[in-house]
Ligand binder design. Structure first.
Ligand code: DQA
Length: 148
């Protein structure tokens, strides 16, 4: 059973190749593997899922509830700024989550500066590239009692 679920939204499958000045050179597999390595050392299960489809992300969030997932780390990507449906899915399952963005969305275009998730997230980490996922994971591990 996975205790922690890392969810990646649209276009994040292109990390490494996509606008590297903004999003860095690491690809998604490398990021996920790094998170899994950290979790393994802490004896905590982690699953990662990426989709370009709002529908698939909603279904994955519903499944997280059935699986007994304890914590979600979520980069909703462009859905951050558009998706009431994903917000409602997270409200429905009531699993704590941290919103992560590689870039500092507050220092970018105006339409990126609002999020449908920030006010219902445990916290938000943005602007630190892939390190943001590790920071979020550390918080989740502390909150779940896996960190000394
Ligand atoms: C992003 C920021 C979003 O505005 C953008 O649509 C993304 C990535 C980030 O990680 O910085 O796809 O979520």
């Amino acid at each position: 059973m996975a205790t922690i679920l890392v969810l990646h939204g649209p276009n994040l499958n292109l990390l490494g190749a996509r606008e590297p000045d903004l999003y860095g050179n690491q690809n998604l597999d490398t990021i996920n593997q790094g998170l899994m390595d950290i979790c393994k050392k802490k004896d905590c299960g982690l699953l990662a899922f990426q989709s370009n489809s709002e529908h698939a992300l909603i279904e994955r969030i519903h499944t997280a509830k059935e699986e007994g997932t304890k914590y979600i780390i979520f980069n909703p990507a462009a859905f951050t700024h558009t998706s009431i449906a994903l917000r409602d899915a997270l409200l429905a399952i009531d699993i704590p989550f941290i919103e992560v963005h590689l870039s500092n969305i507050h220092a970018r275009e105006e339409f990126r500066q609002s999020s449908y998730f920030s006010d219902i997230a445990k916290g938000v980490i943005c602007g630190f590239g892939s390190l943001g996922y590790e920071l979020a994971l550390n918080v989740a591990l502390v909150e779940l009692g896996h960190q000394q």
